[in-house]
Design a protein around this ligand. Structure first.
Ligand SMILES: [Zn+2]
Length: 288
């Protein structure tokens, strides 16, 4: 019974942080547009909607409807449940709101639950609990990067550096737990060459036309977590396969123009997390 309650708690925690992530992302975008010297007409229209969020902290104010500015009541801010109860519409202007919030809350809640089930943090020492807590923070940072890159094809540096910082703490936890020894160093170097190394070269050679400068920093954090060259290769393979699938589908349905600059961050995050989840299964057939 206690286990069920705890699992529900972990999901709710993820859903609440999902709500925080979306609030943070909108505010970061508003501040970014404010600081940008020249805005396109689409960006100007976007900024006029987001202007009210400039300078506000995501943690200290309540969310508003971006269409009519209505401040949302506490009952309209319950993660996952409120969106379903309101059927995805603002109670004042009746325009659709919160689709992004709903899916982020749901997916981050499931990601937290998945991390708990996968890592089983309470069976071992206290380092396992610390690593689990850092994983939750890391997943939250990845969720923010995922949304930002997906929506605006760009990743804020502060979020990128924070995700690398979390990945370094996870690596230190592994070293202290004895699960990362001298034997793994060469494999780790391989992972660093395959993910951030490759993306850094691509960004420099293409002058950031093929991939952005943020992609290699994101890849650095992911490689530090994967710690293995085969897992890095698998992450690269999955993300590129997904990229091809998205491109193929968008061409098929006539969205090719819209995807002229496909954000690679979300694909890289999915690829790396999938490779990490497959680690144990792959370990049976590959020399990981
Ligand atoms: Zn409204």
């Amino acid at each position: 019974m206690l286990e069920v309650v705890f699992r529900v708690f972990i999901f709710v925690l993820g859903a609440c942080l999902g709500s925080f992530v979306v609030a943070l992302v909108w505010r970061m975008r508003a501040n970014q547009l404010k600081c940008k010297a020249k805005l396109s007409s689409a960006e100007q229209a976007e900024y006029s909607k987001l202007k009210r969020l400039v300078g506000r902290k995501a943690s200290s104010d309540r969310s508003v409807c971006l269409n009519c500015g209505k401040q949302l009541k506490w009952s309209e801010l319950v993660p996952v449940v409120s969106w379903l109860a309101l059927r995805g519409k603002c109670s004042k202007c009746k325009r659709p709101i919160g689709k992004l919030e709903f899916f982020t809350e749901l997916l981050l809640g499931l990601a937290f639950l998945g991390a708990y089930l996968f890592l089983q943090p309470f069976g071992g020492d206290c380092l396992g609990v610390v690593a689990f807590a850092v994983w939750l923070v890391f997943l939250t940072a990845l969720a923010a990067l995922f949304i930002y890159d997906l929506k605006w094809s760009l990743m804020p540096s502060r979020l990128l550096y924070f995700s690398v910082f979390c990945a370094m703490i996870l690596l230190i936890c592994n070293i202290l737990q004895g699960s990362f020894g001298v034997a793994q160093i060469s494999s780790m170097i391989g992972a660093l060459a395959i993910l951030p190394g490759l993306y850094l070269i691509l960004a420099v050679v293409s002058r950031e036309r093929w991939v952005g400068s943020g992609d290699w920093v994101l890849a650095l954090g992911l490689a530090l977590v994967l710690q293995n060259y085969l897992l890095a290769l698998i992450a690269l393979f999955i993300s590129n396969l997904l990229g091809c699938a998205v491109y193929f589908m968008s061409t098929l349905f006539g969205h090719k123009k819209k995807l002229s600059k496909m954000p690679f961050g979300p694909l890289l995050i999915i690829g790396a997390l999938a490779a990490y989840l497959l680690k144990d299964a792959l370990g049976l057939i590959l020399p990981l």
